[in-house]
Ligand binder design. Structure first.
Ligand code: NAD
Length: 298
């Protein structure tokens, strides 16, 4: 079993770190929030009150942080990782961040003698707790092989997507497609209703016809057809519109850098930006239905 320093114990990281404890690893847990650290200690991790004062060597560092600047500050700033972390320690960043930062941080780490993979996840809080996440991993094949056993303890699907940064590429392209398909699904259900076709009947037809997609069959944005979908609990997340907007913005930034036209991705970003400016980005991302039918709180 290995010794792991896990940094970032929020909605996702807490469940992931607990699964590493359950797999028998010696997990040292750090977050800027003392409460988050205390909760992990209750689950069997060793609390790390301050990174600066951490004196141990570990086999692996895993980060699950909000965005690129947080990840860069941990891996590249002088106040980031403790000086006791020895060369050769494997770095795994599971955060969803911009491709450029992932590549820059990963390349810098490799140059300093640390194997690095970017390994963002698909699946929400329930999958993080249940150990059923999907990991999309960027990095050298040999580094992927080193990371895989740890990712296997936290997920059920682990894919090597190619060189450094390609995990993030897979993640933002997937989520751009998800955002677009969710908006299309909302539009179709809303129009059907307006034209006198009820949601269940339209679902029964379209879910077996050429319009079917995951956003419809597993996460239907109209209440009724998929009982555990957020649409049946007034669009409480699930996957918040704010998180979708973050991923769509990352996709648009990357598309500009790559000079790749993504007209529907740009529209999708704008639609979720409208949710944000309406103060409705705490609703699930399928809450676009509320924007279309005018039922957002005033
Ligand atoms: P979160 O805000 O709940 O947790 C982030 C944690 O990082 C917080 O506890 C915060 O205190 C801590 N933190 C911030 N800066 C730190 C630092 N310098 N050192 C130590 N700790 C620090 O976020 P989350 O929902 O757990 O998401 C984490 C990442 O996973 C994000 O990149 C997100 O896009 C991605 N993600 C989230 C979901 C989801 O459903 N929540 C799904 C897939 C991917």
């Amino acid at each position: 079993m290995s010794s792991i320093l896990f940094i970032g114990l929020g909605n996702m990281g807490s469940g992931m770190a607990v699964n590493l404890v359950k797999a028998g690893h010696d997990v040292h847990a750090f977050d800027l929030s003392a409460d988050a650290v205390a909760k992990l200690a209750d689950e069997g991790a060793t609390p790390v009150p301050s990174l600066k004062d951490f004196k141990g060597a570990v086999d692996v560092v895993i980060t699950m942080l909000p965005a690129g600047p947080h990840v860069a500050s941990v891996y590249t700033s002088p106040d980031g990782l403790p000086s006791s972390i020895e060369k050769g320690t494997l770095f795994i960043d599971c955060s969803t961040i911009d491709v450029q930062t992932a590549r820059a941080v990963g390349t810098g780490a490799k140059e300093r003698g640390f194997p690095f993979v970017d390994a963002p996840v698909s699946g929400g809080v329930a999958a993080a707790q249940g150990g059923t996440l999907t990991f999309m991993v960027g990095g050298e094949a040999s580094d992927f092989e080193k990371a895989k056993p740890y990712l296997d303890s936290m997920g059920k699907n682990v894919f090597h997507a190619g060189p450094l940064g390609n995990g993030q590429v897979a993640k933002i392209c997937n989520n751009m497609l998800l955002g677009i398909s969710m908006i299309g699904t909302c539009e179709a259900f809303h129009l059907a209703e307006k034209l006198g076709l009820d949601a269940q009947t339209f679902f029964d037809i379209s879910s077996t016809a050429s319009g079917q997609c995951w956003s419809m069959t597993s996460y239907c944005p109209a209440p009724g057809p998929v009982p555990n979908a957020p649409s049946n609990r007034d669009y409480q997340p699930g996957f918040a519109a704010a998180m979708m907007l973050k991923d769509l913005r990352l996709a648009q930034d990357a598309a500009k850098t790559a000079k790749a036209p993504t007209p529907l991705g740009a529209h999708a970003e704008q639609l979720y930006a409208l949710m944000e400016s309406a103060g409705a980005d705490g609703f699930d991302f399928s809450g676009v239905m509320k924007l279309l039918d005018g039922s957002l709180p005033k």
